[in-house]
Design a protein around this ligand. Structure first.
Ligand code: TNX
Length: 675
């Protein structure tokens, strides 16, 4: 019997070791050992009192994976002298092991996870879970079997203490259960911070007892909501929010998984949803609403209105009570200062304080909000623009997003900095040109995320880098459906996790890709992650540029004239001086009848449903026709027509009421030749 077991373990040891090499993120030190540990179907988990939630977590995972049972025993239950078939998990603070680090030792007889702290034990459990093989397929009920795990010694700790991901639930609401799943998947990659973007122009997602209307009304847009529909939610009322019970549940769920949630209330800009519910937060003064078809798009809190700070004290006190994080993110990005410029009170404050720039006025606002946070025992986190107006007090953490330079600048100024340059870490960007996503910061394939290496940072700057963060901005969630969230995140998050965790000298792109291919994609699949796969190559197309005359019911902005359309300028677009209304039309008339396979008309930023013709139809005039025939409907501002004869003209007719946008973007026609 012993011989068979030995033979089996030798055999398995040769079959299994790849999983040990295929950990994501790659650990600091891995030392494979001889033999295997046979995970019993009734595991005894000995845990220290402080890791009780982790013993439960591990037991639940074994149940989920193999339908194994586990007995949880605390230290007070004496460790048996025969320790075979047990796992011990405990915290063991040691000088040589950094925070969140752990030792994972698997011998033939037992397993041990010793963490520097709770997070360390959690991370050790994640590594163990990655080492577990698939449930044998032949085993519909594994209860009677044992699962072999290769013996190994791992000693591991993170490169950065801040390993974050931003989730924007303001643009596209993400229901509670999906947020929990998102957190669960992050934690499996040893990500330890969720920066939760809870408010923005398009929605307010957090219930407040002191001001219930902010979520009850501001959590929805379209329909009878005072917030305009946007980003693909055109005709239906769309939205949702988290109740305080939901929030507490999510916070607790994250805490078990070593994930700290940093809530963001985006101030003083990006606040249209709040402003539509509580217009008194806005500046007074003349404000020209004509360019937006009468729609009020003011979204910036007035700096001088004292009631604003009382309101913010109410709001932030509730946020502080709900989220145990020492930080509350208070925004500071992309403030439309024109709204302050038009406000006599803000101008007056600028004068009395001697401010010459709006950045200083913004600093004034951030300092006031910072003082509220201070009184609540919290520290501010801010976007990088918030430090442009002079030294910001309150020991803020700065999130650098615009590019690498602003991250370095913040660190050089001695701010604790989270590095998240859009060009590397914005997972709302496309993976490649023909895929879903935004493109303003370029395409970001997974390799690009992986390649981020801090090479340009000085040692002094590095000393202030707390870590890195990815961001899933969510404007396009409605357009692309629920799969978008995970697809944009994975596998890029795997690369980010390794940037955040693994020492630079142990990182190698080839090795990362090999681990992904051999093992980790399969792990993701097992977890049901709909990660992005390489798209099939489209068959080559020949584009035509037949002479065309353009006319319409619009005028063009001088910087984006209609010539771009008739000149078929690559990547360029025309932009009108106002948004579209019912009856507006665009007419493309070819000088000579065009023979082609298809013609695509695109309004709005392609793939981003803004500044488009919300609804309408296309008409075609064939060579020899007297009039037009209807040939298609606009969807998300676009329509592709497949002509059956040479085309004389194409006309687009708008059927939607004004959508609040200040202009329409019109792209040159995309005309594909017959094959
Ligand atoms: C910029 S990042 C923003 C977000 C958008 C994002 C889209 C930042 C602080 N502001 O409001 O969602 O770009 O990529």
């Amino acid at each position: 019997m012993r011989k068979i077991a030995l033979l089996l373990s030798c055999l398995l040891a040769t079959v299994l070791p790849s999983a040990a090499q295929d950990l994501i993120p790659r650990p600091v030190s891995v030392e494979p050992r001889e033999g295997v540990f046979m995970l019993p179907s009734m595991l005894r988990i000995y845990h220290s009192p402080d890791t009780e939630p982790l013993a439960r977590y591990l037991a639940a995972e074994l149940q989920r994976l193999y339908r194994f049972e586990a007995v949880r025993l605390t230290e007070s239950d004496k460790l048996p002298s025969d320790r075979s078939g047990i796992v011990q998990i405990y915290t063991a603070p040691q000088d040589e092991m950094p925070a969140e680090g752990y030792w994972l030792n698997i011998s033939r007889h037992d397993m041990l996870i010793a963490g520097a702290d709770y997070g360390g034990v959690f991370n050790g459990i994640q590594t163990l879970l990655q080492l577990l093989p698939d449930a044998p397929p032949y085993c519909s009920d594994c209860r009677r079997s044992e699962i072999p795990i290769p013996c190994i010694n791992i000693s591991d700790y993170p490169r950065f203490s801040y390993r974050g991901m931003l989730l924007d639930v303001a643009r596209t609401f993400v229901p509670k259960e999906r947020v929990k799943r998102y957190i669960d998947l992050l934690s499996r990659h040893k990500i330890n911070k969720l920066h939760w973007h809870l408010t923005d122009d398009e929605g307010w997602r957090i219930e407040l007892k002191s001001h219930p209307e902010l979520a009850a009304v501001g959590g929805f847009r379209g329909g009878d909501s005072p917030i305009l529909p946007l980003y693909g939610a055109w005709d239906k009322k769309y939205g949702g929010f988290y109740t305080q019970d939901d929030l507490r549940e999510i916070v607790a769920y994250a805490a078990v998984r070593n994930v700290e949630i940093i809530p963001e209330i985006d101030l003083p800009g990006h606040s249209r949803a709040a402003a539509r519910v509580l217009p008194a937060i806005l500046c007074t003064g003349p404000y020209d609403t004509a360019p937006t078809n009468g729609y009020d798009d003011r979204n910036v809190w007035c700096v001088t209105e004292e009631a604003n700070y009382r309101l913010l004290a109410d709001i932030l006190a509730e946020v502080a009570a709900l989220f145990p994080s020492p930080f509350i993110h208070i925004g500071g990005d992309e403030v439309d200062t024109a709204q302050w410029a038009a406000c006599p009170h803000c101008r007056e404050l600028m004068r009395t304080c001697g401010y010459t720039e709006y950045a200083q006025l913004q600093r004034h606002f951030m300092e006031r909000v910072g003082a509220i946070l201070d009184s609540l025992g919290k520290r501010p986190a801010v976007w990088n623009e918030a430090i442009e107006g002079g030294r910001l007090g309150g020991d803020p953490r700065v999130h650098g997003w615009q590019n690498t330079t602003v991250c370095r600048r913040a660190a050089a100024q001695g701010y604790r900095t989270v590095v998240m340059p859009a060009q590397y870490f914005y997972f709302d960007m496309k993976y490649s040109p023909a895929e879903a996503g935004q493109s303003w910061a370029g395409c970001i394939p997974t390799e690009k995320v992986y390649a981020f290496d801090f090479a340009t940072f000085t040692p002094q700057e590095m000393a202030f880098v707390e870590g890195v963060e990815g961001a899933l901005w969510h404007e396009l969630g409605l357009l692309h459906g629920p799969a978008y969230l995970e697809r944009q995140t994975y596998p890029r998050l795997c690369a980010l996790a390794e940037v955040a965790w693994t020492p630079q000298e142990l990182r190698s792109r080839d090795d990362f890709e090999a681990r992904m291919e051999r093992t980790h994609y399969a792990r993701l699949s097992r977890m049901g992650v709909r990660y992005r796969t390489e798209p099939p190559r489209p068959e080559p197309e020949t584009l035509l540029t037949p002479a065309v005359v353009f006319s319409s019911s619009f005028e063009a902005q001088p910087g984006n004239p209609f010539d771009t359309l008739t000149g078929y300028m690559e990547g360029a677009f025309a932009r009108t001086t106002r948004g579209a209304r019912e009856g507006d039309c665009l007419l493309f008339r070819f000088t000579a009848p065009a023979v082609c396979r298809s013609i695509t008309v695109t309004t709005g930023y392609a793939g981003n449903p803004r500044r488009l013709i919300t609804a309408g139809y296309a008409e075609i005039q064939y060579d020899g026709d007297d009039g037009f025939r209807r040939c298609g409907e606009l969807a998300n501002g676009c329509v592709t027509i497949r002509p059956v004869a040479p085309v004389q003209a194409i006309r687009i007719v708008c059927t939607a009421p004004p959508n609040g946008e200040d202009s329409v973007i019109i792209h040159p026609l995309r005309i594909v030749a017959e094959p």
